[in-house]
Design a protein around this ligand. Structure first.
Ligand code: SF4
Length: 283
């Protein structure tokens, strides 16, 4: 089973995108630091989550309406619970490894310490969550050892659950990025890849650019799913192109307009039964 953070593999996949970025360089007006003027400047500051803008599971965006205007909480469906468990496992592993390294511990000691610390919460697929946790730890610490041997480096090459202020873009002041490494945004997903998943990479890249004024042009979607032999891990490198930036900003603007103008969206015609609001919309 490949590790979740095969860093060299990840970087190699991103390098394939360099040609795209040379052919389609990002326009200045679409950088996050252009937050004081359209199209990056929002029409209202509603503190939206990146997942609200990027999670286009409901085509009409009625889910955002139900949460924000009706004050309803989504039901915890099985796919949602499974996704949360794996997500929590991966980020917990990165956090624990990071803590041990910042204290100057040896990688073997960190591994021993961290392996005994993770207790998956809830009644979901805890075996998968444990596998994801162990796999992340082993790969991350393996990468650190490799760095030490090859270059004498000692740092963890990633920052997990990085907080970034999305306020200038009309987003939440407390956005949390799964992993940020070498100017690359990493976002974990479960389930089948969907084209709109790359919107989340664009949202975080824009927010990072607004806060730190450094270009963030690449991201990776990492899909973690159970398989017969353990875990299946899929990487999808993403170039944060002009088109993708515009798409994210348009989605943000549509949600802002819907909420500000008090326009209730209709139910979709093909609602999946796995939608956390299915019972609200179809009772
Ligand atoms: S049930 Fe349908 S309309 Fe309602 S939130 Fe879900 S996808 Fe949207």
């Amino acid at each position: 089973m490949p590790g979740l953070f095969a860093r060299r593999l990840v970087l190699r996949s991103v390098r394939r995108l360099y040609a795209w970025s040379r052919a389609d360089p990002v326009e200045e007006e679409l950088r996050g630091w252009s937050w004081d003027r359209p199209p990056v400047k929002p029409r209202a500051y509603l503190g939206l989550g990146v997942s609200e803008v990027a999670g286009k599971y409901c085509p009409t965006r009625r889910d955002v309406w139900l949460r924000r205007k009706m004050g309803l909480a989504p039901e915890t469906t099985e796919p949602l619970a499974k996704g949360r468990l794996v997500h929590e496992a991966v980020t917990a592993a990165v956090r624990c490894a990071s803590r041990g390294l910042s204290r100057g511990w040896e990688t073997w000691d960190i591994l021993t310490y961290c392996l005994g610390r993770f207790r998956p919460q809830g009644n979901g697929d805890t075996a998968t969550a444990l596998k994801a946790y162990k796999s992340t730890l082993v790969t991350l610490l393996g990468e650190v050892e490799y760095e030490r041997l090859v270059s004498g480096g000692s740092g963890l090459p990633v920052v997990s659950e990085m907080k970034v202020d999305g306020t200038p873009l009309g987003l939440s002041p407390q956005l949390s990025i799964d992993v940020y490494a070498e100017n690359i945004v990493v976002d974990f997903k479960t389930g089948a890849p969907r084209d709109f998943h790359k919107l989340s990479i664009a949202g975080y890249a824009l927010a990072l650019e607004a806060e730190y004024e450094v270009p963030v042009d690449y991201g990776i979607l990492v899909y973690v799913n159970p398989s017969d032999s353990g875990l299946r891990v899929l990487y999808r490198p993403v170039y944060v192109s002009n088109e993708l930036r515009r798409w994210f900003l348009e989605e943000r603007d549509e949600i802002v307009d819907m909420l500000v103008s008090n326009r209730e969206p209709p139910k979709d015609k093909n609602c999946p039964q796995t939608c956390p609001f299915y019972r609200v919309c179809h009772q």
